[in-house]
Design a protein around this ligand. Sequence first.
Ligand SMILES: [Zn+2]
Length: 277
Amino acid sequence: MSWKHVILGLIMLAFLAAFPWGPLFAWSPVHPGYRHVRFSSADVLYPDGAALDPAYREIDRYVALAESFHEVKCVKKIRVVVCRNWSDCVRFATPFLGRPLAVTIPTGTLIFITPKAAAFRADIGELLRHELSHAVLKQNRSLVSVLHMRKQPWVSEGVAGLVAEMGTTAPGRQSISLPKKEFLPRAKTEELWLSFAAVPQKDWRFSYTAWVCFWNRQIERNGKATFLRFERACFSDPQGCRSSFGDVYGTDLRSAVEAFQAEVRSGRVVEPERAVF
Ligand SMILES: [Zn+2]
């Protein structure tokens, strides 16, 4: 056997091993060390010997909620991988992974829940609604649009937060957004525009809460149809998001954020819409 055959054989072995143990794990027909539970719109893979949080069993309803909120269809089945530990997460999800609670890859068909979700005592229902909102939107957009939307977190993360907030937090769990009593005193003194002006954020949880409250306000003032018109315009042309905001809402983004901040200073925050399950 020549050295070329040896190298070719090693490449083939590495490729085959990438399915059950590497970055192709989610697409592998076998998942060593993981259980597989099937629902209509999504499959969940979770570690052998671990208990599955009951929120995962609500996944079909959460997908339906995200579809109905954004008025889009989830065309492809989603797979959710609950990583046993960081070492598994890094093997399965690199290069999509920083250190988030969860991540949805750009195709909108695969979600990884990281060990940080357990460490944060995250409300899994809320986390799933957030990621499934990303998933249904990503499935309906081009890859280029999805990648450009990373530079518009005030839209991409804010609107995922709207669906995430449609439920109550399970006892003993933490919401991704800050509780109102923590957010309001800070939002009265800190300049909210800073959360909207750039991509890097000083405090993601604070900015995320500001974005969710801002979009709740926009929907309350101008209605859902206007919001969806903006959402579609922004996702179709992510680089033109800020001018689309002006076109749809008839006011520039900075003025709208300043008006929002004035309301926050007077103690007024629009409560999220609570879906009834
Ligand atoms: Zn997100």
